[in-house]
Ligand binder design. Sequence first.
Ligand code: PMP
Length: 435
Amino acid sequence: MSVNADELRNIGQRRLIGCWEHTSLILAEGKGCVVKDITEKEYIDCTAQAWTLSVGHSHPRVIEAVKDQVEKLATTFFAFQNIPMLMLAEKLIEITPESFSKVLFGLSGSTAIEGAMHLAMRYTQGQDFVTLYQGYHGRTFTTVAMSYTYDAFVPVKRGMERFMPKPIRVPNPYCYRCHFGLKYPECKLLCAKFVETALKHAADTKVAGVILEPIQANGGHILPPPGYLQEIRRICTEYDVPLIFDEIQTGMGRCGRMFAAEVFDVVPDILVLGKGLGAGFPITAVVTTEKYADLEKGEWGFTHAGSPFACAAALAAIDVLIEEKLLENAEKMGKIFMDGLKEIAKKYPIIGDVRGKGLMIGVEMVKDQDSKEPAVEETQKILAKALERGVFLGKSGMGLQGGNVLKIKPPLCITEKQVGKVLDVFEEVLKEISR
Ligand code: PMP
């Protein structure tokens, strides 16, 4: 079928069930951090396509591994094991914290979070989960229920309530907009104490687990202050409630270490991985200790979970991350980005906060530094103008804030020259919208 760009756009409009804010771009090819659309225009991709392409677009070693595997065996279902699946399970145990020994494969991040919830519920015999304000864990009925509140996610939740369990939400450690108007460290981590009171007083059943993103991603790139995750760890240990880290975005090198758990030096009981794990191929995983690894026969499984080609991609991607020193590059380029952004922030008061770890960077845009009113329309404008100039940026700070945090999360192989180009484009755009 040979069609031109306009015809393709037309097909998209007529045929796709649209429920997403699409750009008008149709992507055709990518290499490293650069992607081309069907008109051959090039872009630096600071979204890494939903942050999945940690090793970059079309890494030759990943492609080779997938091709080899597909030629041998493309798929197996849950009753069978396959070689890449077993090798990947072994590799994940090698790279995750020492106490971990068991793996459950999933297909999407959402299903992996549900897998983690199954493990936690079987262990505790509980049904209630504690989650954080502005947490995001997926879009299946259960995981969307564990995510933003109803008001913040009306289009997704309205009319669907019957299938959505209610989590116990506690304040997130959002120091830039502290829910209590306090400052760290005088706050004495008041927000963390809510987890303890929730475990003691708020549940209708035994609490099955505490689920959180070590750095809240879609919620606004919100980093916990020092000691916060340690305090949550202490509480979960004391109450014998599993601590589940959703590292679907933060894992696989994004924050300059293999896992955010290492960045913050806190070991969860259950670790959920996705996105960067498969380097663009559909594979997610739940990794845990012997203690939580107990499911009923047939309790959980998806046709394509643990498919050989996706596991082969993940194995190759892990080797690339390590051998090409992409974690170190993420840390180094992240610092150059953050320093550059902080310099730009001195000139443009629309930038309220610059925060991040490695190549997980957020820039919070505000109308006014004192009121901190979210600059939602301006954020949208910046995205569009950066796109015109050949840079993809992402958007978070979703939910009630309406999307006022720019996300910069390129493939971990980004070069200093590309970082410079993104910073230049960002400043040009700020100049233009401040006129
Ligand atoms: N958890 C986090 C932290 C995520 O960012 C996402 C996806 N954005 C998910 C879970 C859900 O993953 P998926 O879209 O693959 O179901």
